[in-house]
Ligand binder design. Structure first.
Ligand SMILES: [Zn+2]
Length: 133
């Protein structure tokens, strides 16, 4: 692996370390992989094709600073208050992928695999990203 991909991987690695303050190789994500979203209500793989996913992936990992990456994630994940009278008082979150001024709602699995992050990195990013607001 060399050239731009190597740079992306290096940045990913540094970002994972920075965001978690601890090095852990399995937290370094992979480039977008084909995931099956046929039964998902958003039909993610139909609304966002692999070329777009790669562009989003590269854009994300080309952000210079960890704080920019956290803000990018925090910006795309929206938290909703639970409906009144809902038995579980938990927030629901919606995930959006943005490309060329177009927004696509996707499921969590598709979101994190497109950005090539782990769920833990996403949660950390949301906590840290929101604290600043
Ligand atoms: Zn999906």
């Amino acid at each position: 692996m060399d050239g731009p991909m190597k740079r992306v991987w290096k940045r990913k690695y540094l970002f994972s370390r920075k965001i978690l303050r601890r090095g852990c190789s399995d937290l370094v994500g992979r480039p977008p992989i084909g995931i099956s979203c046929e039964r998902c209500k958003y039909s993610c793989s139909k609304s966002v094709d692999n070329v777009t996913r790669n562009t989003i992936f590269e854009h994300f990992w080309n952000l210079e600073k960890a704080v920019q990456q956290r803000e990018y994630i925090a910006d795309l994940v929206e938290r909703h208050q639970p409906e009144k009278g809902h038995p579980r008082k938990r927030f629901t979150q919606t995930y959006t992928l943005r490309h060329a001024e177009e927004c696509h709602k996707v499921c969590k699995k598709f979101f994190i695999s497109t950005l090539g992050i782990s769920e833990r990195i996403m949660r950390t990013a949301l906590e840290k990203g929101r604290r600043r607001l």
